[in-house]
Design a protein around this ligand. Structure first.
Ligand code: GLT
Ligand code: MN
Ligand code: MN
Length: 390
């Protein structure tokens, strides 16, 4: 029988060059895996099978100090690897955090020359992404923050960030790139504090932009969990605002540093409700695994890591279907939902007559409070479905 959890490019699973290409280097230790060229990373992803595409930062593909000859050589090897493996480039982004020039921010730096360089570097990186057909452009402001608020006015920092995004939207429009911009929040790390700590902050910020229609969010599981927040709710807010342009899937122990673990490997129940949310709302964008293998992994284990991300997603997708079709679940959901079109329409649109009717109503608080809400039973049934008990 065919493997029901085998991924297919239709599932739109993607990986960044920096994810499967991660060398295992961390703040305390040297690399544990050899550095691979972009073409070698694409070949590795080709071995994984079922992957849709690959994403990159400008400098994952072309090192920051490469000559134009070197750049051409790297790009043509990368393009050949893409053809060999039938992978495509889905998303591109700019590295605005690695170079020491960005040590006090990129778009939000105090130094006008650094700000101009950040915009220049992003335009170049957008050109590079467009050359390979990227459709989504991510902005992760890794250095857009502060250790001390003595260093700059945070309102000024927000204004600078806004001006940069407005300018870059115009650039994309003028060049006809058709990018959808996706802003990625994180509460801290590598800075002590980042200016846009949660997806909610970005959803509010987007409404202040000149081209708000082309800008959405790229929420990441680990980032919201670092702040102790419910990621499913953050994604729900993005879906509800029609702003879920991209998603970074991984996993994370609450309250820890940014661990970027294999999807679903820590908080299985949250991962289940996340997959269910994405599937229930027919999320049609890329599902990017912004994660990396344990530092102990070798090449073969990195491949297992990538397979595991996709497989867990697909297992949870199947579980979500089961959950929705489960008799006990349905019975309880039916019992707790007490719909009334008449009541809802009373306050659905405002009119003085509706307001008067509502004001004139009497409510039986005791009856409302005594209705059964068997959420213990519902949650236990959820756990049993997740644990494979029929
Ligand atoms: C970096 C970060 C990620 C971002 C990437 C995009 S780079 O790995 O931790 O969350 O998505 O810039
Ligand atoms: Mn990310
Ligand atoms: Mn992360």
């Amino acid at each position: 029988m065919a493997d029901p959890y085998a991924p297919s490019p239709k599932d739109k699973f993607t990986f960044g060059l920096w994810t499967v290409g991660h060398t295992g280097k961390d703040p305390f230790g040297e690399p544990t895996r050899p550095r691979l060229t972009p073409a070698e990373i694409v070949d590795l992803l080709g071995e994984v099978e079922g992957v849709h595409g690959v994403n990159f930062h400008d400098n994952d593909l072309v090192p920051i100090d490469a000559s134009s000859q070197q750049a051409d050589q790297i790009k043509s090897e990368f393009a050949r690897a893409l053809r060999r493996t039938r992978l495509r480039v889905a998303m591109a982004t700019t590295n605005l955090f690695g170079d020491p020039a960005f040590r006090d921010g990129a778009f939000t730096s105090n130094d006008a020359e650094v700000r101009a360089y950040a915009v220049h570097k992003t335009m170049r990186a957008m050109d590079l992404g467009a050359e390979f057909g990227a459709q989504v452009y991510v902005f992760w402001g890794g250095r857009e923050g502060a250790e001390t608020d003595a260093s700059k006015d945070p309102v000024e920092a927000e204004d600078r960030f806004r001006r940069a995004i407005d300018f870059l939207c115009e650039y994309s429009i003028e060049r006809g790139y058709g990018y959808r911009f996706a802003l990625e929040a994180k509460p801290n790390e590598p800075r002590g504090h980042l200016y846009f700590p949660t997806t909610g902050h970005y959803l509010a910020f987007i409404q202040t932009l000149a081209h708000k229609d082309m800008v959405g969010v790229n929420p990441e599981v680990a980032h919201e969990h670092m702040a102790g927040l419910n990621f499913v709710h953050a994604v729900a807010a993005a879906i509800s605002a029609d702003k879920l342009f991209h998603i970074d899937l991984n996993d994370q122990e609450f309250g820890r540093f940014d661990q970027d673990y294999r999807f679903g490997s820590v908080n299985l129940k949250h991962a289940f409700f996340l997959v269910k949310l994405l599937e229930d709302h027919k999320y049609a964008g890329y599902r990017h695994f912004d994660a990396h293998a344990y530092r102990t992994a070798d090449r073969a284990d990195v491949i297992e890591f990538a397979r595991g991300c996709m497989r867990t997603y697909l297992i949870l997708r199947e579980k979500a279907r089961r959950w929705s079709a489960d008799d006990q679940v349905r019975r309880i959901l039916k019992q707790v939902a007490r719909p009334s079109k008449d009541l809802d329409s009373l306050w659905g649109t405002y009119s003085r007559a509706h307001a008067e009717t509502l004001l004139g109503m009497t409510f039986d608080r005791v009856a409302m409070a005594s209705r059964t809400l068997p959420y213990e039973r519902l949650d236990q049934r959820t756990m049993e479905i997740l644990l494979g008990v029929d």
